[in-house]
Design a protein around this ligand. Structure first.
Ligand code: GLU
Length: 444
């Protein structure tokens, strides 16, 4: 059996009940076969792949907190410090009831290659909790975040591990966590990114994942002689990634017809009203059912369904495995040109294959949504030099990073004979730098 297949089998056997982690490992290892096969004996001797798929450290802790009625609750907190070969661990904190160790490991594993692709010196990590922020009061959120940090602070630091936002963790949560970290450590340092602008945050960080997704999509289309201007798009999600993806899509002259949240979805034939969406989601923290009050011409539907709407571009910006094989068939039948992932691994393996087989350009999240973490790294740089850059400066760096990233993955795919297979391109390009750093540092 080949070394790659052996390690895929091992991961499945040794990490039972973690299907998303298996899926992420399978996707990466499958893609890097050409690199591994060419050096199989050496890599096997060095246990390179075993070291790649086993996190350097996994931390699991109890998070007790008290609700507004005085009742105590216990959630589980996680931080997986996956790989520090190219820099301090870097990655978000997800607060969602679906969080478990397998989810955090899949996200942490993806983060290694994503962070490598940014070209910036950041390793891969991820954390979070099964705490559900939905319906909680502001005090309860603060209470949870403080308790979470009271344990997590032991393991993080500006030069060791720098967490940030993800699903359920936005500016408010980062603020509460940063406040607690500063109080416990007595240190004002850039240990978290996605901070508010008044205390060390970076301009354009809020917008970065969504904007970056569109810079990448624009470059992909341009490289194939297609203008994004005048194109239609379907977006899923209504969180930070979706909102700023829609905003930038409109700025670039495309029209976004849909968005969704955990209970339903909106179809707006005139193009999603971003100001309304921001009011509903960022300020009122309400459901998309409210959208109709702003746009009487729009439709609201319960459940899922954005991929039924005919459009040129699909941007899944909600969560893992939200776009399945039936959705992929619908997109192909509707003549979609490209699918670029704003979320982490939102497309199932079968759907990805179907899209690729049917010549739909497909850019995986680890490349397409890397603008968020890239801008986090720019926030770290600004914190280190105790300066703040202008919006234009950060945004133009982000744009350049995404354009370079696109060409790097396209080039890597081409080099190994997989032209326009951006999954292979992203995994190989991301892996090569990590491989080089791991080899240089010995067996650690
Ligand atoms: N959670 C984001 C991601 O999946 C951002 C992480 C960060 O900024 O560290 O990449």
């Amino acid at each position: 059996m080949s070394y790659v297949d052996e390690v895929i089998e091992q991961v499945t056997a040794q990490n039972p009940g973690e299907p998303e982690f298996h899926q992420a490992v399978r996707e990466v290892l499958d893609s890097i076969r050409p690199v591994i096969d060419a050096n199989e004996a050496k890599f096997r001797k060095d246990a390179l792949l075993e070291r790649l798929v086993n996190p350097e450290r996994q931390i699991k802790f109890r998070v007790p907190w008290i609700d507004d009625n005085g009742n105590a609750h216990v959630n589980t907190g996680y931080r997986v410090q996956f790989n520090s070969a190219i820099g301090p661990y870097k990655g978000g904190l997800r607060l969602h009831p679906s969080v478990n160790i397998g989810i955090i490991k899949f996200l942490g594993f993806e983060q290694i290659f994503k962070n490598s692709l940014t070209g910036l010196p950041i390793g891969g990590g991820k954390g979070g909790s099964d705490f559900d922020p939905k319906g909680k009061s502001d005090r309860e959120i603060m209470n949870f975040c403080q308790s979470f940090m009271l344990e997590l602070y032991k393991y993080i630091g500006a030069d060791t591990d720098v967490p940030a936002g993800d699903i359920g963790t936005g500016g408010r949560e980062i603020g509460y966590m940063f406040g607690m970290y500063k109080r416990i450590r007595g240190l004002f340092e850039g240990t978290l990114t996605g901070k508010g602008l008044s205390y060390g945050g970076s301009l354009a960080r809020t917008e970065a994942t969504g904007y970056g997704l569109l810079y990448m999509t624009q470059e992909l289309l341009k490289d194939h002689g297609i203008d994004i201007k005048g194109k239609t798009a379907v977006v899923s999600g209504a969180g930070n990634v979706a909102i700023y993806a829609i905003e930038k899509a409109h700025q670039l002259g495309a029209k976004v017809l849909t968005c969704s949240d955990s209970t339903g979805w909106v179809y707006d034939p005139d193009g999603i009203d971003v100001a309304a969406l921001k009011q509903i989601k960022e300020i009122d923290r309400a459901r998309l059912t409210e959208y109709k009050n702003y746009r009487p011409n729009s439709e609201y539907h319960e459940g899922r369904g954005v991929w039924q709407i005919k459009a040129d571009i699909a941007l899944p910006c909600a969560t893992q495995n939200e776009l399945d094989i039936e959705d992929a068939k619908q997109l192909v039948a509707n003549g979609a040109i490209a699918v670029c992932e704003g979320a982490n691994m939102p497309t199932t393996e079968a759907a990805t294959k179907y899209l690729q087989d049917n010549k739909v350009f497909f850019v995986p999240g680890k490349a397409a949504n890397a603008g968020g973490v890239a801008t986090s790294a720019l926030e770290m740089s600004q914190n280190s030099e105790r300066l703040s850059w202008s919006f234009e400066e950060v945004d133009s760096k982000l744009n350049q990073i995404m354009v370079n990233l696109y060409h790097n993955i396209a080039k890597a795919a081409d080099k190994y004979g997989y032209k326009d297979n951006f999954v292979v391109g992203a995994n190989i390009a991301g892996f090569e730098k990590v491989l080089d750093a791991m080899n240089a540092q010995g067996i650690v």
